[in-house]
Design a protein. Structure first.
Length: 199
C-alpha cells in the first residue's frame, strides 16, 4: 500500500512530504527539520515546499528570521488526503520493516498502533531480542519514520526482561498482546497463550 501511495505522486520526496504534513499537522517545522525527518536533501524539500505552498496545502511564516512551514488544515482536500495517508500506513509493507531481523538476535517483532490504524495501541512496534545493535536500531527507526511520515512509538527489550514481564502479567505487554497486532518475526512459540493468561 505504501508503494501504491508513492506511485500516486511523481516523486518519492513529494509522497514523503504529503505524508509528513498530513500526520504532523499541529506544529510548524523549519526546512532543515523537514529534510532530516524525511531523509531528503534540502533541494528536494525546497522544491516540494514551494509547490505545496502554491496550492495552499501548507502555509508559512517567518519567526526570528527563520521560515517555518505548517499544514493548512483548511486545505480543500485535507480530510481526504489525510485519510489516504492513514490507509497507506495500515499494512506492513514499509520497505524498512524487513531490516528488523538484522538488529541482532531478534526473538519477536510485532507491529500495531499506526501500522494497523489502531490509534489506541500501546505502541507501534515491539521488539524482543538480545545483542541488538543500537546503531542499526537508530538507523532503522529513522528510515521507518521517514517512510510512514510520523514518529514511531516503540518498545525494545531483552528476552529475559520479556519473560519476566510476561510472568508478572505486566500491563503494557498484556494490553499490547490483547490489541490487534501483526507478527514480523516470532520465535516465541506460546505467544498466543501469554495474552490469554489474564482472561
Amino acid at each position: 500500500m505504501s508503494e501504491i501511495f508513492s506511485q500516486l505522486f511523481d516523486s518519492r520526496a513529494r509522497a514523503r512530504l504529503v505524508k509528513f504534513f498530513m500526520l504532523n499537522d499541529k506544529e510548524p517545522y523549519t526546512p532543515k527539520e523537514i529534510a532530516r525527518k524525511n531523509q531528503l536533501t534540502s533541494q528536494q524539500v525546497s522544491r516540494e515546499l514551494a509547490r505545496m505552498e502554491r496550492i495552499k496545502m501548507i502555509g508559512s511564516h517567518s519567526k526570528r528570521g527563520q521560515r517555518l512551514y505548517r499544514t493548512n488544515r483548511d486545505f480543500i482536500f485535507y480530510p481526504e488526503l489525510r485519510n489516504l495517508v492513514i490507509k497507506s500506513n495500515t499494512l506492513p509493507e514499509c520497505r524498512s520493516l524487513h531490516r528488523i531481523k538484522n538488529l541482532g538476535r531478534v526473538k519477536l517483532a510485532l507491529i500495531s498502533g499506526m501500522f494497523l490504524n489502531h490509534p489506541k495501541g500501546r505502541a507501534d512496534l515491539l521488539v524482543v531480542g538480545d545483542e541488538l545493535s543500537r546503531a542499526k536500531l537508530k538507523h532503522l527507526l529513522e528510515s521507518l519514520e521517514a517512510e510512514v511520515g510520523k514518529e514511531i512509538n516503540y518498545s525494545i527489550m531483552g528476552s529475559e526482561e520479556f519473560k519476566y514481564r510476561t510472568d508478572m502479567l505486566d500491563k503494557f505487554i498484556m494490553e499490547f498482546l490483547e490489541s490487534p497486532y501483526e507478527e514480523i518475526i516470532c520465535k516465541i512459540p506460546n505467544l498466543k497463550e501469554i495474552a490469554s493468561r489474564r482472561k
